[in-house]
Design a protein around this ligand. Structure first.
Ligand SMILES: Nc1ncnc2c1ncn2[C@@H]1O[C@H](COP(=O)(O)OP(=O)(O)OP(=O)(O)O)[C@@H](O)[C@H]1O
Length: 696
């Protein structure tokens, strides 16, 4: 039963305060009921332990084991009850954020629905006092304004009318705000949320999910859902809320351990780690593409990382490297690699007629069985062919093979294989292509990053690759634009499960290895594409500035106003540092909590960190080995800053000599779109050609 509405009062504020008090009292009662149960459990556990200790001499082994198991069971149940208590305590601090009154066409009485992060059913009054935001009925809150509305309930479509809609902000049990809204959840609450300071982690956005975002979160049907969203459109938030929704909707068949997220780096993983626990779900496992590659190559092939590849490009702007990367990032390259795998498969085994204990075994028979076991590693494959020959000898010639006969067959088949290592086969692929120049080793005799996934793909086609991810039921891939068709082909072979794939094709860190939407859609069968075009993170002024660097006609900025970004010309690099130190001091005194100093290269980021820390400024440098995201003063490259956000962003050295290539343009765009409230750029000499603003 939803909350029954009794009268229409003239003082809604008072009514809502009374209702909040009522809900809090029920929550308190539920918490004290749980406390009583917990006390009882504690006592029972204590009693059982004492019993076990005191009677141990008289107990046989079976009795001891049974008592221990019973204690363990009680501890586990106690822990579940404790988790319920913690959930209720969290609800008591902020029970709900919205209410709507809905009268279904088939009913005569409207019912009031309060929506919160979790559900609360009051046993004694049999009332659903709070509905989980993921409940079917809660979609009305996100999708409809006052007036006709409908939703899909487990028993079918329910139509009706929404007669009232309210939004609340309740913190630490106190109602800070109540807003009567006859519009869609618009700007007031959202504006307030977005105007707040950055946290040490991503926030949950349940109270202000927008209609287009809600449609993505609640999409249950798409086997592969691709979310293309402009910078700051909430893609990552939405993907995590979608996971929370799916865990709720399919709780019988989907657990958090069944889900894996492929994230760009550990700092980003840490940044988003809190969202699911805040929504009452457990965190999900995360892996980066580099770690995935190491595990698929059994940690045997040293390779350049994606970060190193990007750094080399930014530092050298080498045309040859660009060409190699670009070539290996095309859909045609994947096709050629597939053709080559077929060719190798056919040509690396040349079956011949053999004679076994005086009986002929034809080449076609050996060929047939060799092809049949193509998924197995070579040695095992030969074993299977020998077995087939043995069975055949028994059936057709009634001959049993001795161990020596089997050895001879094995040696003969072995000779039919032209054995080459995977690395050699991969290198020879470029001779086969007629482009041997496209294979070059990176510094330290490492495999270039652009070759890592093609090598893995070839391995998957020619050998048996142990797949440790077979049990995964849902894969989330963030920053999709940074993966190539070959990488998607590897992921598609590895993860035969549902997928949520998200990113922004306008935010590739490396435009030479970036994928276009059509490549990504083409890599997966049955993919559904959904787009997000409204950008929430940055003020209108910051977004307008970023749009001048890299215009995205689809992007609709949120109309939240702030300072116009400024570009400062300084006399020298030394002056730039002095300016930055002063800015940092002002920032520390400000109400904001995070400042990102975003550089083009790691070397520059290191130099700036050194200069700041030498002056006792607590600046933290992010590099590919960093694990933790925090507020405060963070110095990093645009590559590392992907997916993150800061209250203020300073971009030093926005000089013509530093930001001039298309890749630099992308980096500058990514850096600018990390700023929520303020953006400042500094330069010496000439400003970057991508900056069109007049100097301050
Ligand atoms: N409906 C919403 N209500 C409140 N805040 C929102 C909403 N949608 C997005 N945001 C906020 O906008 C910011 C950007 O969100 P998020 O990082 O998920 O976007 P993104 O599309 O992944 O960004 P990018 O691609 O630029 O890294 C976050 O601060 C997020 O909390």
């Amino acid at each position: 039963m939803a909350h029954q509405l009794t009268s229409t009062s003239t003082d809604p504020q008072r009514d809502e305060r009374l209702h909040l008090e009522y809900v809090q009292n029920r929550l308190d009662e539920a918490i004290s009921r749980i406390d009583t149960r917990l006390k009882q459990y504690r006592q029972n556990i204590e009693d059982q332990k004492n019993y076990l200790w005191e009677s141990r001499a008289d107990m046989d082994h079976v009795e001891k084991v049974t008592t221990r198991q019973s204690i363990e069971q009680m501890v586990m149940t106690g822990e579940t009850i404790l988790a319920q208590k913690q959930q209720l305590q969290k609800l008591a601090r902020s029970p709900y954020f919205g209410r709507f009154d809905f009268i279904a066409t088939a009913e005569s009485q409207p019912a009031g629905f309060y929506i919160g992060v979790n559900h609360f059913y009051n046993e004694s009054t049999k009332e659903h006092l709070i509905y989980d935001w993921r409940a079917p009925v809660a979609t009305l809150f996100y999708d409809f304004e006052i007036g006709p509305a409908a939703y899909q309930s487990p028993s079918g479509r329910i139509e009706g009318n929404i007669s009232l809609k309210r939004q609340f902000r309740i913190r630490d049990g106190a109602m800070e705000m109540m807003l009567e809204t006859d519009l869609h959840i618009v700007d007031d609450v959202l504006q307030k949320e977005l105007a707040g300071s950055a946290d040490a982690g991503m926030k949950n956005i349940v109270a202000t999910i927008q209609r287009d975002q809600n449609a993505i979160i609640r999409n249950e049907d798409a086997p592969t859902l691709i979310i293309q969203g402009v910078a700051g459109s909430g893609k990552t938030s939405i993907a995590l809320h979608r996971i929370a929704f799916l865990l709720y909707r399919f709780k019988e068949s989907l657990k958090s351990t069944d889900i894996l997220i492929i994230s760009p780096n550990k700092v980003f993983a840490d940044y988003i780690a809190n969202v699911l626990p805040e929504l009452g779900e457990e965190s999900i496992a995360e892996i980066g593409m580099d770690d995935l590659a190491h595990s698929l190559l059994d940690n045997k092939v040293p390779f350049q990382t994606f970060f190193e590849q990007t750094s080399v490009l930014l530092e050298t702007n080498d045309e040859k490297i660009k060409e190699r990367i670009q070539h290996k990032s095309s859909a045609q390259f994947l096709n050629k690699l597939g053709e080559y795998a077929d060719y190798i498969e056919k040509s690396r085994f040349s079956a011949e007629d053999i004679v076994v204990v005086g009986r002929p075994v034809p080449a076609w028979f050996i060929e047939k069985h060799f092809s049949r076991y193509r998924g197995l590693p070579p040695a095992q494959r030969i074993t299977e062919v020998v077995k087939a020959v043995e069975v055949n000898m028994g059936i057709y010639y009634n001959v049993d093979l001795s161990a020596e006969d089997r050895r001879l067959v094995r040696t003969a088949i072995n000779k039919m294989c032209r054995k080459k290592s995977l690395n050699i086969l991969y290198k020879e692929f470029f001779d086969w292509l007629g482009r041997p120049d496209l294979f070059v080793q990176a510094k330290g005799r490492k495999l270039e990053y652009a070759d890592v996934f093609p090598l893995i793909y070839l391995k998957m086609r020619l050998e048996n690759v142990d797949n440790p991810y077979r049990a995964i039921k849902h894969l989330v891939i963030d920053e999709m634009q940074d993966y190539t068709p070959v990488q998607f082909a590897v992921l598609a072979r590895l993860f035969n499960c549902r997928k949520t794939i998200l990113g922004d094709v306008a935010q590739a860190v490396n435009p030479y290895s970036a994928s276009q939407l059509k490549d990504i859609e083409g890599a997966f069968t049955n993919a559904t594409l959904m787009t997000l075009t409204k950008s929430y993170r940055s003020t209108l002024q910051i977004m307008e500035f970023a749009q001048q660097i890299c215009f995205n006609p689809q992007l609709i900025p949120m109309k939240r106003h702030g300072d116009v970004p400024t570009v400062h010309r300084l006399g020298s690099a030394k002056e730039e540092i002095t300016w930055l130190k002063t800015y940092v001091a002002d920032f520390i005194a400000s109400e904001h909590s995070s400042l990102g100093v975003i550089c083009k290269t790691q070397k520059q980021a290191q130099q700036i960190t050194n200069a700041l820390t030498k002056n006792d400024i607590d600046a933290r440098l992010l590099d590919p080995s960093s694990q933790v995201f925090s507020t405060g003063i963070i110095v990093c490259t645009a590559h590392m800053a992907k997916g993150l956000e800061f209250d203020h962003v300073v971009i030093p050295s926005a000089n013509a000599t530093i930001y001039h290539t298309e890749m630099d343009r992308n980096m500058l765009y990514v850096a600018c779109t990390r700023a929520m409230h303020r953006l400042i750029l500094t330069y010496t000499g000439e400003p970057s050609i991508f900056l069109t603003l007049s100097e301050e």
